[in-house]
Design a protein around this ligand. Structure first.
Ligand SMILES: Cc1cc2nc3c(=O)[nH]c(=O)nc-3n(C[C@H](O)[C@H](O)[C@H](O)COP(=O)(O)O)c2cc1C
Length: 301
């Protein structure tokens, strides 16, 4: 059965997108997985200047997931262009994630990465960089950033939104400003405390929760956005560990499904997930795109 998905002229061999961050720039990940085995790869978020990231500890295990406070560590656009780009994977759809503070930061990045990617992803929702709220909490700033990127590139634009805010409202704002796809979602803000010391594990107290614990929350958000904007392509992202999770996201309304934490913990499991989706489609005798949003049409007949 057919697993291909085409969005805005860009083809994904299958619906699996490696999410921004946990697999870095793919240095380790592609020792275990061939680019041709996945639908697409998203780089770690790149910013104009290099970022050292937050003080350790940066990752704490929580029930059925992890709490991270990486803080967008990356080498900055100059080193990205000269050192990272030559080693990015070929043979899969390439998405470059960009981050910054202002519309100018984002539009300059959009221009500079354009020729190296098939799509770009605007990260408006990292919970670990600003002392204030995520960028997506500021509607005007979000609009200005997406509009500035839209004017700077012809490549399709994905906007990654926050699960801590109203996802339907965020989707409306970014689509009206020129986004082609929404990615639901970045990690959810959370905290963990040490019962012996009475202190938070993370220096910034809060971090981003990801992993299986988080999946039902995101499934519901994907469902809501699909209901509000039936023709908007959605990336469902949060907690996927197996092929049935991917199918669940499609049923809720996701055309593509991201995998973050699992790609870092168990990269060799990713091709097995793809195989499992193919087996499921075979058994149901449907193509992947027929499953997308099927819960809105009363489910499988
Ligand atoms: C270690 C780590 C680093 C991350 N770095 C980024 C990042 O640079 N940019 C971004 O948009 N999301 C980042 N994320 C969020 C993931 O892309 C994803 O939205 C989140 O982890 C939920 O998916 P998952 O449950 O499959 O991990 C990071 C997540 C983790 C765990």
């Amino acid at each position: 059965m057919d697993m291909k998905i085409k969005i805005k002229g860009v083809e994904f061999r299958n619906p699996i997108i490696i999410a921004s961050g946990p697999a870095g720039f793919g240095e380790e990940f592609f020792k275990y997985v061939l680019p041709s085995e996945i639908g697409g790869f998203t780089t770690k978020t790149v910013t104009l200047s290099p970022k050292e990231g937050n003080a350790p500890p940066r990752i704490v295990y929580v029930k059925d997931g992890i709490l991270n406070s990486i803080g967008l560590q990356n080498p900055g656009i100059e080193a990205f262009e000269s050192k990272v780009v030559p080693n990015l994977p070929n043979g899969t759809t390439r998405i470059i994630s960009i981050g910054g503070d202002s519309p100018n930061d984002f539009s300059e990045l959009a221009r500079r990465i354009e020729s190296f990617c098939d799509m770009l992803e605007i990260n408006l929702s990292c919970p670990n960089v600003h002392s204030h709220d995520v960028i997506a909490a500021d509607e005007e700033l979000s609009k200005d950033i997406v509009t500035a990127c839209r004017e700077s590139t012809n490549k399709p634009i994905i906007v990654k939104i926050s699960p801590d805010l109203d996802v339907v409202e965020q989707s409306r704002v970014v689509v009206e400003s020129g986004a082609d796809i929404v990615n639901i979602a970045n990690s959810l803000r959370g905290a963990k405390f040490n019962v012996e010391t009475g202190q938070a594990f993370l220096k910034r107290i809060s971090g981003g929760v990801s992993g299986p614990a988080f999946m039902p929350i995101i499934l519901w958000k994907v469902y809501q956005v699909k209901e509000a904007f039936p023709s908007l392509p959605i990336i469902g992202l949060g907690g996927v560990t197996c092929s049935r999770d991917v199918v669940e996201y499609a049923i809720a309304g996701a055309s593509l499904v991201g995998i973050g934490t699992e790609a870092m913990i168990n990269p060799t499991g990713i091709p097995k997930i793809v195989k499992g989706i193919a087996e499921f489609l075979e058994q149901k005798n449907v193509n992947f795109k027929d499953v997308v949003g099927i819960s809105h049409k009363g489910g499988f007949k």
